[in-house]
Design a protein around this ligand. Structure first.
Ligand code: PXL
Length: 278
């Protein structure tokens, strides 16, 4: 049977993030992608003002009941931007619709650059910890990682020892693999650290002199798609980093495109890498 993934995150109608990234990216990986929108916003919350927000928590139990009646099940789950009240419902959805050996990928979307995103309060990280503790793979950035383990954000200057300690504390929460993003030990390199509880492996690219919204969602979506294609966590993490770099290169210099990354331009690259197997 072909693999079917369920992704649970918001629809930001405009802004190239969350579901408008996950659906095309994971579909491009050749994986059937089902969606459960956690909320609908007119745009994302980073840079636009006056956006609309409709919470869809109230629909989730009925959607689950219908899926159970129809015997709908999933090989993989990938969660992104969700609310605190949705976390127990999401755990139920995972428990009650999983196929054998299903994979749970949790991107603990809540913060960046040392601060929680607009709309997330200070008890959100402790609820997100519960979702992470039941995951196979978690994909925090450095800020999210610090919030998950209850520490202050270290800023941009830290040692390999700090990253190792953070990875061990994240592993103690319960997930099988940690993919920590935004790691840098040299000004011109940026990448990720992958930890399976035994060995830490790093992957770095040349740092581009820009920070773009939605790159975390492109990253997590490629990891989810590649894992469903049978890639190892490290190879999926490295591929995702390369796809983010391609997407950013396609966006650099376009001042009108401040709100997201042109990941669409990198889809042929992604498909090429997946079909060549590396
Ligand atoms: O990219 C993460 C994300 C997803 N969804 C919404 C957001 C953000 C980040 O700001 O605002 C609505």
């Amino acid at each position: 049977m072909d693999k079917r993934l369920l992704t649970i995150q918001d629809i930001s109608c405009v802004g190239q993030c969350s579901l408008t990234v996950a659906l095309p990216v994971i579909s491009a990986c050749g994986i059937e992608t089902a969606v459960l929108p956690s909320s609908v916003l007119s745009t994302h919350t980073a840079g636009f003002s006056g956006y609309t927000f409709r919470d869809l928590t109230g629909d989730m139990a009925d959607i689950l009941a219908h899926w159970k009646k129809e015997k709908i099940t999933f090989d993989a789950f990938y969660t992104g931007y969700v609310s605190k009240a949705q976390i127990p419902v999401i755990l139920r959805i995972m428990d009650e619709t999983a196929r054998p050996d299903s994979l749970r990928i949790v991107d603990p979307v809540m913060a960046d650059n040392g601060v929680l995103y607009t709309g997330f309060d200070s008890d959100f990280p402790s609820e997100m910890k519960k979702l992470c503790s039941r995951a196979d793979v978690i994909l925090p950035n450095l800020t999210e990682a610090a919030f998950l383990v209850g520490e202050d954000f270290a800023g941009n200057s830290y040692t390999p020892g700090y990253i190792e300690d953070l990875l061990k504390k994240l592993k103690a929460l319960g997930p099988s693999y940690i993919v920590l993003t935004g790691v840098s030990f040299a000004p011109d390199k940026l990448g990720c650290a992958v930890y399976d509880g035994m060995e830490i492996k790093y992957y770095f690219n040349t740092r581009l002199d820009a920070s773009m919204h939605g790159t975390g969602d492109v990253y997590a979506s490629v990891v989810a798609g590649a894992l469903c294609r049978g890639w190892s966590v490290y190879d999926a993490a490295a591929l995702a980093a390369d796809v983010v770099v391609e997407s950013m290169k396609a966006t650099l210099g376009d001042r009108d495109h401040w709100y997201g990354v042109k990941f669409e331009r990198a889809l042929p690259y992604l498909i090429g890498r997946l079909s060549s197997g590396k």
